[in-house]
Ligand binder design. Structure first.
Ligand SMILES: [Fe+2]
Length: 630
């Protein structure tokens, strides 16, 4: 038996013992560790043992010592992942090399055999105490315990309390160090019990928050919504921080990387980016209020990336160690219930695609459209190859894959999960646009599903044959709000039956097409342009004729014209707006799904207002978009 298998068995056994203890009402301590870089849930002691440990108490004002505040994620019907990062200057944490496999063994035997190294580490302040409570005063926590501060993982704490809480309940949580530094209080809701009759689920989703490009006003408004959870569809960070010589980050939102480069290449670079993004007060507020379920898109590694670990803007060659680094830092910072093992290489080190069942009403299926995908079908050149291109035969090549091929591939998992789902609504967390996007007779973006047309059609065919109903794809990436029908045959019959719907959310802050038009004219760029500036210039020229200067009025005309052309050329696209930023909310009931898109008045100042952009309804058992407001 391998050491790893033994560890897994130990942990499973530990969990069983813990559950027994919990039922007996005596479980008081939960320990969590990064065993072999894998999150290992483990267990408990009796109240007698608890007496062996000091209870840490708050001394300083909440938040001091936790520069990235607190985050929760991947809620279940009995818990969530809780996350924080402790400032290394107040607690050094425990190194992986100090990790003692006796920890798990100790937890299997919750009698008197307290592992001395664990006790020593707790007493040395290398663990934080965590508390989960139904009330905000923590007078009677339902769960408390100690979790290691992982020195080798940027002083991060990650605790999985799955299995320990009640369904559909709001909880408060916080962390306290031995020296009395207490985090702010975070909140999250557990999900309805698996399979339980559920009448409503409400969640928000966002994507693309380039820190350097604007303020997170959308996230501040989002924090005030009453939700079950938030979904993040990727581009949570951007690997590029910009070159001030030709880019234009807001003066108070510039990031300089330890390597002094304009893009992240090293582990310190990627960590600096996540730390900086998470220092934002509005992002913190959103995390302190809601649990998040996240997948990555390309920028958590590099723009337009594909298999095997290729970042085409930086090198035509594979960069496995850079990809592995990006995977590790994502794993460190995201509150996701996934494991990471660097020894397995970039491809197998992590698997982020996963599904979440929410009562009997919703199943959320989150896919990874970057780690396994093929190169761009018509070449890696920007103009006429990746973007604004007439296309090429390879788009329809069965070898061209977004999800990965083979028997145990993500694609097989995705199709079988969808087909076997018993939930009313199947929500597909889909990173890039599924519906075709033609503009002036060309494909605007072959980095999206248009570049994988054969695979798109094969997925649609399978769903149609299997009679999968009530499929809603939620999409990010293009920094645009859209409402699209998923047609059974886009290529040959635009009037073909719809098999599902797709709702794209605009970006939180990343450049939209309107901002890109302005940049194309001024010769400036941003870190988050979804389409190269030269192409926006070309499109503008074709819509407007030759130009040298664009007035505000002319820019509005061009963007209106562009939207009209998109709606005319792509009859499956019912709504299209790439002039604003914001977030979207889905409210699901047994009879209908209601989609609401909210926009913010500006991202260039913190003084902003929020307004309704559109609202649509999708009736149950009809793949249709009924526009209610818009
Ligand atoms: Fe983006």
């Amino acid at each position: 038996m391998s050491e790893e298998t033994k560890d897994v068995q130990n942990v499973n056994a530990a969990r069983r013992v813990f559950l027994k203890s919990l039922l007996a009402g005596s479980a008081l301590i939960v320990l969590e560790s990064f065993n072999k870089n894998t999150i290992v849930s483990a267990l408990a002691a009796t109240s007698n043992q608890n007496a062996n440990f000091p209870k840490f108490s708050a001394v300083y004002s909440p938040g001091m010592g936790y520069p990235q505040s607190v985050v929760s994620g991947d809620p279940t019907d009995s818990g969530a992942i809780l996350w924080t990062r402790v400032d290394p200057s107040i607690a050094a944490g425990i190194s992986g090399t100090q990790y003692d496999p006796g920890l798990v063994k100790w937890m299997q035997q919750p009698s008197s055999q307290v592992n001395p190294s664990v006790k020593d580490a707790i007493e040395a302040g290398q663990f934080v105490m965590f508390e989960v409570s139904e009330t905000e005063d923590f007078s009677n926590p339902v769960l408390s315990g100690f979790a290691p501060i992982w020195k080798d993982f940027d002083n991060i704490v990650k605790v999985d309390v799955d299995g320990f809480l009640q369904p559909r309940t709001q909880y408060a949580y916080r962390f306290i160090t031995k020296s009395g530094y207490v985090s702010k209080t975070g909140r999250f809701k557990t999900l309805p019990a698996a399979g339980a009759d559920t009448t409503n689920v409400k969640f928000a989703y966002v994507s693309c928050d380039d820190y350097t490009n604007g303020y997170y006003n959308a996230l501040r408004f989002l924090a005030n919504e009453d939700l079950d959870f938030v979904v993040h569809l990727g581009d949570y960070v951007y690997e590029s921080v910009g070159d001030p010589n030709y880019q234009n980050p807001l003066p108070d939102r510039q990031i300089s990387l330890p390597s002094n480069q304009s893009k992240a290449f090293t582990i310190d670079d990627y960590r600096t980016i996540y730390r900086t993004y998470r220092s934002d007060a509005d992002l913190q507020k959103m995390h302190e209020t809601h649990a998040m379920i996240a997948i990555w898109d390309d920028h958590e590694f590099a723009n337009d990336c594909y298999y095997p670990a290729i970042a085409p803007d930086d090198s035509p060659n594979s960069s496995p160690s850079r990809r592995l680094t990006a995977n590790q830092v994502w794993f460190e910072y995201m509150p996701a219930r996934v494991t990471f093992d660097a020894s397995k290489g970039f491809e197998d080190s992590i698997q982020i695609y996963r599904n979440v069942k929410i009562g009997n009403l919703v199943e959320l299926i989150m896919t990874d459209e970057r780690l396994y995908r093929s190169s761009h079908p018509c070449g890696e050149g920007l103009v006429d190859e990746r973007y604004f291109t007439s296309g090429c035969d390879k788009m329809n090549d069965p070898m061209q894959t977004m999800l990965g091929t083979g028997e145990s591939s993500q694609k097989e998992w995705f199709l079988s999960t969808l087909k076997s789902s018993t939930a009313v609504w199947k929500i597909w967390g889909n990173e890039v646009q599924y519906a075709p996007l033609m503009l002036l007779g060309k494909y605007l973006n072959l980095d999206a599903w248009d570049g994988f047309a054969w695979e798109r059609q094969s997925i649609t065919n399978e769903l149609k044959t299997a009679g999968v109903r009530n499929l809603i794809a939620i999409t990010g990436d293009l920094h645009t709000f859209e409402a699209n029908l998923i047609k059974s045959d886009y290529q040959n019959d635009a009037d073909s039956e719809a098999v599902g719907v797709e709702f794209m959310v605009g970006s939180v802050t990343s450049s939209n097409l309107k901002e890109m038009l302005v940049q194309a004219v001024s010769g400036r760029l941003s870190n988050s342009d979804p389409i190269p500036s030269s192409i926006m210039k070309k499109i503008t020229g074709q819509l407007l004729g030759p130009f040298t200067v664009l007035t505000d009025a002319a820019i509005n005309t061009v963007i209106d014209q562009l939207s009209n052309v998109v709606l005319m050329e792509n009859p499956w696209i019912k709504l299209f707006n790439s002039s604003t930023h914001g977030y979207s909310i889905f409210e699901l009931t047994k009879n209908k799904a209601t989609w609401t898109a909210y926009t913010v008045s500006t991202i260039k100042s913190k003084q902003a207002s929020k307004s309704l952009l559109w609202q649509c309804e999708v009736p149950r058992d009809e793949a249709a978009i009924n526009i209610i407001k818009g």
